[in-house]
Design a protein around this ligand. Structure first.
Ligand SMILES: Cc1cc2nc3c(=O)[nH]c(=O)nc-3n(C[C@H](O)[C@H](O)[C@H](O)COP(=O)(O)OP(=O)(O)OC[C@H]3O[C@@H](n4cnc5c(N)ncnc54)[C@H](O)[C@@H]3O)c2cc1C
Length: 420
């Protein structure tokens, strides 16, 4: 092991998550000799292990940086340069070279072929070991002193401070990392949760819990702003979840946080408009005139259970024949199908990837190198930054890209100072 007490080490990475590992491995592979990862808990890469329901959604098959950045509600413009240097294809190749092949699902999410997050953890740990990265577990960093051109002093509980030339902070959404960055002179954008499901007040459809629907148009109105999404929605026992709801929660994360998760959600359940839908109901009146409304559901994408609940909500007897549908009831039915309004009253219990919006202010970071613009030799990567992605592998992609860029820049800087 490197003599931690005497000589300054080259690089201390604070945080043994995916961003920290990527930074440490890249620096070590580029010739940085003493690289240490300080991890506060007893296990590194714990979120990777838990991710994607145990499958780890490593990245997303979105190959062009221009498309890729659109999946980041915060950090979009800064990430364009980052992804131009290391994007999805680079991550896929990187993992393949380390012996881990990824495969894309139809919706673009990419998982290890084995479908096991443990393989991703094992791959990163093995690669770090081979590259000569040292991991100090149960080593929470509680203070960092900036010594200007002399580097940094890193304080760990129960140890002498360690002197290091470079520091990479990659502590994720943990408050201690934001405190370290703030003490080093950085401003912190207030943290707020992102990627959560919605709890709805008096939601009559909760009896359909477990039903998933596609092509649902959503409009969320919160604090005078509105956000739109269209796609898959899952009915839960307290409200709504699914990819489109999680996307909405991400893009509206700040406004929802500010308004204490009180908002109005307007839903078009049938991917249609008033004109087309009322034409369809009229056709039913004639062509299905003797059939009961409950049995003859013209909206094929709406499951029967949901259709019956919708009818019940507006007091339409399912045994009523189509010919008997009054214009008043038709209007009520159209209103409910095309423009249901529900009150969001909180965050639901199910999130797929719970991440933190907010963190180190992006204006204070050079995104070509991930180096601080305030303290030279200090770098950032991953969720600690005010960057977050929607669900689908985008959050890990940001970790791989920012970690790689930081590791490469650290190595370039140290290697060039040796040559000087
Ligand atoms: C349940 C769940 C599932 C997810 N699934 C996915 C998915 O499938 N795909 C995807 O793209 N994203 C997923 N995410 C999001 C993703 O896990 C995070 O965006 C990502 O882990 C952030 O990586 P990071 O390295 O920045 O931080 P982290 O993974 O949070 O790692 C930071 C590390 O730093 C350590 N640390 C903190 N403070 C200190 C300190 N002071 N000293 C030393 N160590 C410290 C922490 O213990 C932690 O190990 C998921 C998140 C959750 C919660």
């Amino acid at each position: 092991m490197h003599l931690l007490s005497n000589q300054p080490v080259d690089l201390i990475v604070i945080g043994g998550g995916p961003a920290g590992f990527m930074g440490a491995i890249t620096a070590a592979e580029q010739g940085v000799t003493s690289v240490f990862v300080c991890e506060s808990t007893s296990k590194t890469l714990e979120k990777v292990r838990l991710s994607g329901g145990g499958r780890c959604n490593v990245t997303h098959a979105s190959w062009d940086p221009i498309d890729l950045v659109n999946n980041y509600p915060r950090g979009r413009s800064s990430l364009f340069g980052v992804f131009s240097r290391f994007a999805t294809a680079d991550a896929v190749t990187w993992f393949a070279e380390k012996g881990l092949d990824l495969v894309a699902e139809r919706d673009g999410r990419m998982f290890p072929v084995s479908n096991s997050s443990l393989e991703v953890v094992a791959c990163l740990r093995r690669t770090a070991k081979v590259a000569g990265v040292h991991c100090l577990r149960k080593s929470a960093v509680y203070r960092v002193d900036y010594l200007k051109e002399k580097g940094f002093l890193i304080y760990l509980q129960g140890r002498e401070p360690i002197k290091t030339k470079k520091v990479l902070i990659a502590t994720g959404g943990h408050p201690s990392g934001r405190k370290l960055a703030s003490n080093l002179g950085h401003t912190i954008v207030d943290p707020a949760p992102s990627l959560f499901s919605f709890k709805l007040d008096a939601f009559p459809l909760k009896v359909c819990s477990g039903v998933a629907l596609d092509d649902i148009s959503l409009k969320l109105v919160v604090g005078g702003k509105s956000f739109k999404e269209k796609g898959r929605v899952l009915i839960t026992h307290v409200g709504l979840s699914g990819p489109s709801i999680l996307r909405l929660s991400a893009f509206a994360a700040r406004e929802l946080h500010k308004n204490r998760y009180k908002a109005q959600l307007i839903i078009n359940w049938i991917d249609s408009n008033y004109l087309l839908a009322s034409e369809l109901l009229n056709t039913c009146r004639f062509q299905l005139s003797r059939k009961s409304i409950g049995k003859a559901n013209p909206f094929k994408k709406l499951p029967r259970r949901l259709w019956l609940i919708i009818l019940k909500t507006i007091n339409i007897n399912p045994l009523m024949r189509w010919a008997e549908l009054s214009s008043l009831l038709e209007k009520r039915l159209l209103d409910l199908l095309l423009c249901s309004s529900y009150t969001v009253c909180g965050k639901g219990p199910f999130g797929e990837e719970f991440v933190t919006a907010g963190g180190v202010n992006l204006r204070e970071v050079n995104f070509a190198t991930m180096e601080s613009r305030i303290a030279s030799g200090l770098y950032f990567a991953g969720e600690l930054l005010d960057v977050d992605g929607v669900t689908g592998g985008f959050n890990f992609q940001h970790c791989w890209s920012s970690g790689w860029l930081a590791g490469k820049a650290i190595a370039n800087s140290l290697n060039s100072s040796i040559q000087d």
